[in-house]
Design a protein around this ligand. Structure first.
Ligand code: 3HC
Length: 699
């Protein structure tokens, strides 16, 4: 005799004799929103009050067990009951409660399982504590119950890395008690019967003591002071895991306070903006609708970029036709791709035994005719419009009808390229970032004639490659490089006016960038910027203060950065040292321009650099190059090493406020009114009290 009782919308109880199955059905990912929390608590309390059921099994409907707390509730006033309290009710239940977990049991989802008295995993289950990726720490017992079950090193590893742990490892570490195949409800029923039969033992996790490991805690705390000093939640994680030595209530109280403190940081709001922004960029009409099938991809150009793009496509299971003009260049391209794939194997991104089969999907050729059967061709040759026009003319003649023709250009006009073909509707920009098989950003550039299904196919490709596709309109540099061109000038002005490249870099690294702009320039090759400056020399506004003197003179020495062993820095073996010769050039350039160097504080440097970035980013939003502020933010998080905990330049801008930004620009403009101009969109925001977040909502 079975009967289903609905407790709250997403939570129901199915009574089967003396077994009660609690089902959580809260699509898409069964997050523990308020109705789930209330339903779970009431269900357990009701069943205990009735004292009819002898065992309770919790499972979830749909594609996954609970994927965590409901992130959309974060930052809003708390809505009781609190998750840790609900889980204590479960743990304290007199009737044994077991969890049957499938899909991804993450954060609060895993914590729900840990509060139960036994856990059964279904094949393919992944568990994890990803809260750190949201600027948080496990806040519903994860830091207390994982160490009790799996030990302190495992708890620290999971909570600090946020990694997903496979079912076998979870079983081996004691996080789950059983691993079986089957449907969640059927397994829940069978496992409950096993509890009744005494073949599936149950116990309260918090009755266990955490095995002592002070060394792991101390070593990790010391390591974090060195590597993550600027982050809030990692240090709190160690503190909370250490508290798992204490009795449950005391440990949970320490975890709770650390969770609330983390919740109140701008790091949390930045990282949650990143979480939703990553999904929102492709949640637009242009990314939806019919797509064209893509199985065979042509890549023209076997340089670093082309090889990276080919690698990304191979790793995603596509067949690749790689084209180069000459045999030796083709061989170099194949060698680079092979090296990239070997790297993917060693990083665990590709199974060792899949490497040869992956490489077998690569078909190198010097004959463009082999592109006749390609569904999509990505041109990745050097930035020369004449060469690109020639290639697209040829592709037009060779490629089958319906094939998509894409250019990986970083700044050239897609419309001029499309016009060389008889099918401009099939042409778009797919701008990858180097190394293309690693960097997650893909700017999807819409030409004037690009057809909707071609654009949607671009987004589908991004998803297939595991990339974050962001829509951009045609302009010089699209979203990212256009903004980069603007704020790079600010870095150059700072050096001209008195800061050293090292000071600029270290100030911005303290802000959270992985590398300062001069280190990035040295890594990318200073010759790239040099070529761009030469290309744009004729178009330069005569009123513009030239920013390229220092970099030009460094390049004139043949110093292009890392690849020549010398740039802003000296590269001596593994070490990165200041380059006294570059410093001498800087001194000379200042003298030539009659500049008396002045001191900048690190804060001045960050403020000026970020204000420059925000100014151009605001213009990019205002003129529609980017659809919304969040699109700019994702470009910078996934393509430019912008610190994730700051959410992106325009999310960060809101933390400063439009009025303060306008005041800064106005003050800076006293020195250089041509460069420092208040973007009208920012001026309006300052007047009305508007924010970039408002524009995200409105779009
Ligand atoms: N809360 C609210 N919404 C969530 C969510 C969550 N925890 N997790 C996912 N979603 C939403 C997504 O925003 C998306 O919404 P959309 O369709 O409107 O864009 C939808 O669910 C589907 O998500 P994905 O597109 O990411 O689907 P995938 O199948 O690619 O991935 C997933 C599924 C692996 C579960 C992935 O969504 C994920 O990693 N989610 C976040 C998990 C997480 O961080 N959990 C910890 C939360 S914090 C916590 O639990 C605190 C606790 O300790 C107290």
């Amino acid at each position: 005799m079975t009967a289903r009782r609905q407790i709250t919308d997403p939570v129901s109880i199915e009574d089967i004799g003396n077994i009660a199955l609690i089902c959580i059905d809260n699509p898409p990912v069964n997050a523990t929103g308020q109705a789930v929390r209330t339903g779970l608590q009431q269900a357990i309390e009701t069943l205990n009050a009735e004292a009819r059921a002898k065992v309770i099994a919790i499972y979830a409907a749909g594609r996954t067990f609970v994927a965590g707390a409901d992130i959309r509730e974060f930052g809003k006033p708390p809505a009781p009951p609190a998750l840790p309290d609900v889980f204590n009710v479960i743990e304290d239940s007199r009737i044994p409660v077991i969890a049957v977990m499938h899909g991804t049991a993450l954060g609060g989802g895993l914590e729900l399982g840990l509060a139960c008295h036994a856990r059964v995993g279904l094949a393919g289950l992944k568990v994890g504590l990803p809260e750190i990726n949201l600027g948080l720490l496990p806040g519903a017992g994860g830091t207390q119950r994982v160490p009790r079950l799996a030990g302190i090193p495992m708890a620290l590893d999971m909570a600090l890395s946020g990694r997903q742990v496979g079912a076998e490892e979870a079983l081996a570490k004691g996080l789950i008690d059983r691993l079986v195949n089957g449907d969640p409800r059927d397994v829940a029923l069978a496992a409950a019967q096993d509890v009744l039969a005494g073949t599936l033992p149950t116990r309260r996790t918090c009755d266990l003591a955490t095995p002592r490991d002070d060394k792991a805690l101390d070593d990790t705390a010391a390591m974090l002071v060195k590597t993550q000093a600027h982050m809030f939640s990692p240090h709190k994680i160690v503190e909370a895991v250490r508290a798992s030595y204490l009795p449950r209530e005391q440990g949970l109280a320490i975890e709770r306070q650390a969770f609330i403190d983390s919740m109140n940081t701008t790091q949390r709001s930045g990282m949650i903006h990143a979480f939703f922004g990553e999904r929102a960029v492709s949640n637009i009409p242009e990314a939806k609708g019919p797509v064209r099938a893509v199985d065979i991809v042509g890549v023209i150009g076997g340089g670093t970029m082309g090889s990276g793009i080919a690698t990304a496509c191979l790793l995603a299971g596509l067949s690749v036709r790689l084209i180069e003009v000459k045999d030796d260049a083709l061989a170099r391209g194949v060698a680079t791709i092979t090296k990239n794939l070997d790297g993917a194997v060693s990083r665990g991104k590709l199974a060792g035994d899949a490497r040869d089969a992956t490489l077998a999907r690569l078909h190198p050729s010097t004959d463009m005719g082999t592109l006749a059967d390609a569904d999509l061709v990505i041109e990745a040759v050097f930035e020369d419009m004449a060469v690109k026009k020639d290639i697209f003319g040829k592709l037009d003649a060779i490629c089958k009808p319906g094939a998509i023709l894409a250019s990986n250009t970083s700044y050239l006009d897609i419309n001029l390229i499309a016009d060389c073909t008889s099918r401009p509707g099939d042409v778009l920009g797919l701008h990858f970032f180097s190394p293309a098989h690693v960097m997650r950003l893909l700017e999807i550039v819409r030409g004037a004639a690009t057809l909707p299904d071609v654009l949607a196919t671009g987004f589908a490709l991004a998803k297939r490659l595991g990339k974050v596709g962001v829509l951009a309109q045609v302009c010089d540099g699209f979203i990212g490089n256009r903004i980069l061109a603007h704020y790079s000038r600010c870095a150059a002005y700072l050096v001209l006016d008195g800061a050293s490249p090292q000071q600029v870099d270290s100030a911005l690294e303290s802000f959270g960038f992985a590398m300062g702009p001069h280190k990035v320039g040295d890594l990318a090759g200073l010759d790239i910027g040099w070529m761009t400056r030469k290309r744009k020399a004729a178009d330069r506004d005569p009123a513009e203060r030239y920013a390229g003197d220092v970099a030009d003179r460094i390049c004139e020495q043949g110093w292009f950065g890392r690849k020549t062993g010398k740039g802003y820095y000296l590269y001596d073996g593994g070490a990165t040292l200041p380059n006294p010769d570059a410093d001498a050039i800087i001194t000379q350039v200042r003298a030539d321009h009659g500049i008396t160097p002045r001191a900048f504080t690190d804060q001045d440097i960050v403020d000026r650099y970020m204000t420059a970035m925000i100014s151009e980013a605001a213009r990019v939003v205002a003129d529609g190059t980017a659809r919304r502020p969040l699109d700019v933010d994702m470009v910078f998080l996934f393509g430019y090493g912008f610190p994730r905990h700051r959410g992106g330049p325009l999310h960060y801008a809101d933390t400063i406020g439009a009025q303060a930004l306008v005041a800064r620009i106005t003050a800076y403009a006293k020195d250089d009114p041509q460069y420092w101009q208040v973007p009208p969109i920012l001026a309006r925001m300052a007047e009305t009290g508007g924010t970039f977040a408002d524009l995200n909502k409105d779009a």
